[in-house]
Design a binder for this molecule. Structure first.
Ligand code: UD1
Length: 307
């Protein structure tokens, strides 16, 4: 199946990842974007407005969402509470959006015969996995309300596929980075914070000894995974790890930043964050095999673009 020419709805389409999905599809598809603008930003759509139809709404608003989903053929469901700390402070809000909102999306898709739903899940569902690299068959162990609500979202995706024949696919994003990622909160992605501080000549703060590792995957590759998931037949009903398959420590990442800027950066080491995972790395063989997913952005190039 090809998604070219299909009618698309992107929930969370004004957000960091959703806006890149909308932008990628805008030239060859009719695209609608729904976003509450709670963490999304209309500026992210400036290149594609008014070609893309934007509606400010929250996925908790069932009727309005259903009206937007009516007529869509493919839904990229990226809308979510994405703030882990906010989920810890207010688990009910997180569940209302990430579980209730996801159910609203699925139910409207079922009602309006949407062909396919691609869901943004998270590596957070694994918690602290006992084996690294982690495969999709590892036992989930959510450590935050956010991780739990993403896991519930995935389970509903699978259930709607099995029970109602709605074609759903979940993508477990690892540490996504790239242009448009918000850097304004201490809980923003570390790359967005570090590259912003480097640009502004400010010191970097490392929580812990800097030896923690992450798989940083460029948003362009995440968009690619979404496109593949929207087209792949054998992917239906499954969940996939989406990363590069290679992790790097914060200290090594800082060395790359120093090499690129030609400057010695000021780095302050502070106490490790509570609940912080030490090592995170996906096995991406399943995405490779079933989706044909091959990440293509070299980490150094992705960093250069942000600097
Ligand atoms: C990330 C995701 C989260 C996802 C989770 C899965 C982001 C923003 N968060 O959290 O959505 O569910 O993986 O496990 O992508 N750090 C510093 N200094 C800073 C900021 C962060 O040292 O200024 C450290 C953190 O303590 C952490 C590492 O850098 O050890 C990465 O932090 P962060 O980018 O927030 O991502 P995760 O915690 O992995």
């Amino acid at each position: 199946m090809t998604i070219e020419g299909k009618k698309i709805l992107v929930t969370g389409g004004a957000g960091f990842i959703g806006s890149w999905i909308a932008e990628t599809l805008a030239s060859k598809n009719s695209v609608k974007v729904a976003d509450s603008l709670k963490t999304g930003n209309k500026d992210n759509l400036k290149k594609i407005l008014p070609k893309v139809e934007f509606t400010e709404t929250d996925i908790r608003k069932r009727e309005k969402l259903s009206g937007l989903i009516q007529g869509a053929e493919i839904v990229f469901h990226q809308g979510a509470n994405v703030q882990i700390q906010a989920s810890v402070d207010d688990p009910q809000m997180d569940a209302d959006i990430n579980i209730g909102g996801t159910l609203n999306v699925l139910d409207a898709c079922r009602k309006h015969d949407v062909e396919r739903v691609v869901f943004a899940s998270s590596s957070a569902i694994y918690g602290n996995p006992s084996n690294i690299p982690v495969t999709e068959s590892a036992k989930p162990s959510p450590l935050s309300p956010y991780a739990l609500s993403k896991l519930a979202g995935e389970s509903y995706m699978k259930l709607y596929s099995d029970l109602y024949g709605l074609k759903t696919i979940s993508l477990r994003y690892f540490n996504v980075y790239g242009p448009r990622q918000n850097a304004d909160s201490p809980y923003s992605g570390v790359i967005s914070i570090f590259t912003k501080n480097v640009r502004e000549g400010k010191p970097l703060t490392v929580f812990g000894d800097g030896e923690q590792t992450r798989d940083f995957v460029n948003v362009k590759d995440v968009v690619k995974a979404n496109m593949l998931a929207a087209e792949s037949k054998p992917a239906v009903g499954k969940a996939f790890n989406i990363g590069t398959g290679k992790s790097i420590s914060l200290n090594d990442m800082i060395s790359i930043l120093e090499k690129k800027t030609g400057k010695k950066l000021v780095v302050k080491y502070k106490e490790k964050r509570k609940g912080d995972v030490m090592h995170s790395c996906p096995d991406i063989s399943l995405a490779r095999k079933i989706l044909g997913f091959v990440p293509s952005v070299a980490f150094e190039d992705g960093l250069s673009e942000l600097l």
